[in-house]
Every structure is written in structure tokens, then in C-alpha cells.
Design a protein around this ligand. Structure first.
Ligand SMILES: [Zn+2]
Length: 242
């Protein structure tokens, strides 16, 4: 039987050959959530590509995108009605080059509030912002919240698990000595797989959709679960039914 693979965080628009990759994903029949970093990019993707069973676009508002304005945020609030998927959103306090901290907290709080009330699925980026994010998630308790590429502490991980979050894991995280063992604390019914392509490598190669299967194998081996493929598929379905 052919295995059903899901990539819950992929940046199609970051590839020069995005048209080719769009076709590859559909041919390989890999369910792929294509996140975007701004409402403008989301609109361009929706205009350029038909959504298929395998390719879906998520509406993003990335904290590293300093160019995002209040106008973009009001666009975001309107566009959210055109999709069930939101991402990449989140908070990142790891550099002063990003959106100012107070503004990030304000935007993210409103995004989580809205996603919780409209039951949207979110793919969330957090860097040095886990404390504030946990507070916001606790306040609004969104049902469909995926933390992508988690890099916080074990205590923060446990809090996010208690709050019902899912975690999308990529191959780079398994190669990282600091995160690697921490990840084993995640219950297997909360695990998803992401590529975060083009920002990851699998077996030394820049991520492309053909590498999703080897990425799954690396992650399955780390969790010592040969059934991780089915588990991830079940997890994603459950997340959508919540
Ligand atoms: Zn990303």
C-alpha cells in the first residue's frame, strides 16, 4: 500500500522552480500545507495556483517581516475568511530587525483569538518568545495549533503539550544535538512532520518534495516508531476534526 505523507509546513513560494514543485507534489500525492509569510504572498499564490487535494495555501503574517503594516494586518483579518489554514504566524524576539516586540504580541494575540473563534488551523513560529506565546495560547485556547520547529525548553514543551498543541518535526531538528532528545517528550499522537523547505536539508541535500519520504524515515527512526507514517496521518486527520 502506498503511504500517505503529509508535509505540514512548506514554503513553495521560496523556490525559483515553484511551478515544477507544485506539479511534483501533486504527482507524488503528498498532502502539503504551503505556508506564506505575508497576506500579499498568500493572494499571489491563490491567484497563481489552483488548490488541489494535495496543495493547500495558508495565510501568513510572519514576525520577521518588518515590512508588514497595519494595512496588511487588516487584509489578514479579511482574507482569513478565504481559508481554513493560517501560517506562518508567531513571534520572534531573537533579533531587533523584526517587527517590534510589543507589536508582535498585539498581532499574535489577535491572530490566535481569531483562529480560536473560527477554528482555523495555525502553523506557529516561536523564537525566544515561548513565555509570551504560552500566555496567549492559554488565554484563547485554539484547538488547532501546530508549533513548527520548536526550540524552547522542556518545561515550555510540556506546557504547550498540556495546552493541546501539536508539533511539526523536520529532519534538521533530529540532527540537532540540543533539541533531539527533548523531542522524545512529545506524545506520539501530537507529532506531525514538516519539511520547512527550502530551509532544511535531508541527507545533505536542500529539501525538495522527493525528500519527504527520507525525512519521514529519519524522524520515524528517532522516535523508534516504524508506524509513524500512519500515526502522523491519523494525527493530522484528528486535528482537522477537533
Ligand atoms: Zn517556515
Amino acid at each position: 500500500m502506498k503511504r500517505k505523507l503529509i508535509d505540514s509546513h512548506f514554503h513553495l513560494d521560496h523556490y525559483r522552480n515553484h511551478k515544477e514543485l507544485y506539479d511534483t507534489i501533486n504527482t507524488l500525492e503528498q498532502y502539503t500545507l504551503c505556508v506564506t509569510n505575508t497576506p500579499g504572498v498568500f493572494v499571489s499564490c491563490k491567484n497563481l495556483y489552483k488548490e488541489t487535494k494535495y496543495v493547500k495555501f495558508a495565510l501568513g503574517f510572519h514576525p520577521q517581516e518588518k515590512s508588514l503594516s497595519a494595512k496588511d494586518f487588516s487584509d489578514f483579518m479579511i482574507l482569513i475568511n478565504r481559508t481554513n489554514y493560517v501560517g506562518e504566524v508567531g513571534m520572534d524576539f531573537s533579533s531587533d530587525d523584526y517587527i517590534p516586540k510589543e507589536q508582535q504580541i498585539d498581532f499574535f494575540g489577535r491572530i490566535v483569538d481569531l483562529c480560536a473563534s473560527k477554528s482555523k488551523l495555525m502553523s506557529v513560529h516561536l523564537r525566544k518568545s515561548e513565555v509570551e506565546a504560552i500566555e496567549i495560547i492559554r488565554r484563547y485556547h485554539p484547538k488547532r495549533c501546530i508549533i513548527h520547529w520548536f526550540t524552547g525548553t522542556t518545561a515550555q514543551l510540556e506546557e504547550l503539550i498540556t495546552l493541546g498543541c501539536y508539533f511539526s518535526i523536520n529532519a534538521n531538528m533530529i540532527r540537532n544535538k540540543n533539541t533531539k532528545s527533548k523531542l522524545l517528550a512529545i506524545p506520539q499522537n501530537r507529532i506531525l512532520v514538516e519539511s520547512d523547505g527550502p530551509f532544511t536539508k535531508v541527507d545533505g541535500k536542500k529539501y525538495a518534495p522527493e525528500l519527504l519520504l527520507p525525512a519521514y524515515q529519519i524522524i520515524a527512526q528517532h522516535f523508534q516508531n516504524p508506524d509513524l507514517f500512519d500515526q502522523v496521518y491519523t494525527n493530522f486527520k484528528e486535528l482537522l476534526l477537533r
